[in-house]
Design a protein around this ligand. Structure first.
Ligand code: ADP
Length: 263
């Protein structure tokens, strides 16, 4: 089992993530392509991960697909829900985490983990763009910035321009009107992050927040959102450098466990 190679493929709404795991533990390679389901992203992520590891598709004992577009990924041996994979992946990244908040391109999931990363309870917002990566992408576009610029702008803010609308469409109009009034861009970004944090904290409070809290998903790469959420929750949030790969990691672990069951 120690040399068994399993691949996890997270076909997201905005980003395709692929991870190759050796022996259910060691990451042989990973790839992250900023193009999601319905694009060439999943195939490119798979090819890049294989190339980095110097391996071939046939070397994989199994491929497990998860994520929003998992059903469209060709040739997967297993297709597994994002919730199970994120729980497994988040636990592998941080074995102590009891509450996990995953914010991706178009949903937010709050997970409560038990021993060995077992998913005890969860709550999900997949009905509304507010409080998701999509909200941040819309706001970044209005500000003529990239989502990857937002954390630095937040850190430079001297104050905060609050955004009162919770709806993405109304919040977009509010940001445009603040820009027309000459609001400082960094202060606006801080207000945008606070809006995401308030929304996320409310989802998490409904689930029940138990420390340690970890954050996964692409939005965890935005330190401005992480800081704003820490403030809302009044507790530190742990973020792994591999946070965006949690789903792909969980999928690869799932495949490895399945092989163990077959032995
Ligand atoms: P999905 O699986 O739905 O594609 P991800 O978990 O990959 O979603 O997260 C995508 C989101 O992550 C984007 O909407 C964006 O807000 C955020 N994001 C991605 N890259 C970065 C970055 N470099 N800095 C800040 N935020 C990022």
């Amino acid at each position: 089992m120690a040399d068994i190679l399993t691949m996890g493929m997270d076909v997201g709404s905005t980003t395709s993530k692929c991870l190759i795991l050796r022996g259910g533990k060691d990451i042989a390679a990973s790839a992250l392509i900023p193009a999601g389901t319905g694009t060439s992203g999943p195939r490119r992520a798979l090819e890049e991960a294989l190339e980095k590891a110097g391996l071939k598709r046939e070397d994989m004992v199994c491929v497990t697909a998860t994520g929003y577009g998992r059903a469209t990924f060709p040739g997967a041996d297993y297709t597994v829900s994002e919730l199970s994979c994120h729980a497994l992946g988040a636990h592998a990244l941080d074995g102590e985490a009891k509450t996990v908040i995953d914010i991706g391109g178009q949903d937010a999931k709050a997970l409560c983990l038990g021993p060995e990363g077992k998913l005890l309870r969860f709550l999900m917002n997949d009905k509304c763009a507010a409080g998701t990566g999509r909200f941040l992408e819309v706001m970044a576009r209005v500000l003529e910035k990239d989502v990857s610029d937002l954390a630095e702008m937040d850190a430079l803010a001297a104050g905060m321009t609050p955004i009162s609308s919770t709806c993405t469409v109304f919040a977009e109009s509010e940001v445009i009107s603040q820009l027309a009034k000459g609001a400082d861009l960094c202060d606006l970004v801080k207000g945008i992050h606070r809006s995401v944090a308030v929304r996320t904290a409310s989802l998490m409070h409904r689930l029940g927040v138990e420390a340690p809290v970890a954050m996964t998903g692409g939005v965890a790469r935005n330190a401005g959102v992480v800081r704003a959420l820490e403030k809302e929750l009044g507790t530190p949030i742990r973020v792994s450098p591999l946070a965006q790969l949690a789903g792909a990691l969980g999928a690869a672990i799932y495949g490895w466990r399945k092989q163990g069951e077959r032995e």
